[in-house]
Design a binder for this molecule. Sequence first.
Ligand SMILES: [Zn+2]
Length: 155
Amino acid sequence: MFCPRCGRAEQVPEAYCRQCGVFLPDLSKPVKREIPPDEHLKANTFLNALTVIVSFTLSILLFAIIPNKHPLIYVTAGLLIAIGAWHIQTFIRTQKLNKQWKRRTSLNEIQPASPETQSAFKSASTGKLLDQANFADSIPASVTENTTRHLAENP
Ligand SMILES: [Zn+2]
């Protein structure tokens, strides 16, 4: 394998180039598909609901089925209720996140920009759309014009 930047041979993939230091990814490996956030949220909602149902059902069953109440039964039931309660709050948080995510995606759909402006306003690091520039904060054009004129007159 050769380094695409400096061209040095005998490189190890998934490591840094021994000459120029650029990271060399293993191109033979398949690229992992990035899971969209709403899929994570859906899975979270399902697993949270499942955990709540299972933990509360088990704690009820513990009391209903076992006749002699050993102190450990109370401890176990208490733990199960705590797990259920914890997952109720994560369930609520997931619903809030889901709402935020939907609002954000719908906002992006409301403002359709041409592909050229979209790529121009996209951040290089995240690929997300950047906020519109606020030209009210920028330096007035006359200042730079005056500076240029001053430099031209006084070389
Ligand atoms: Zn290199």
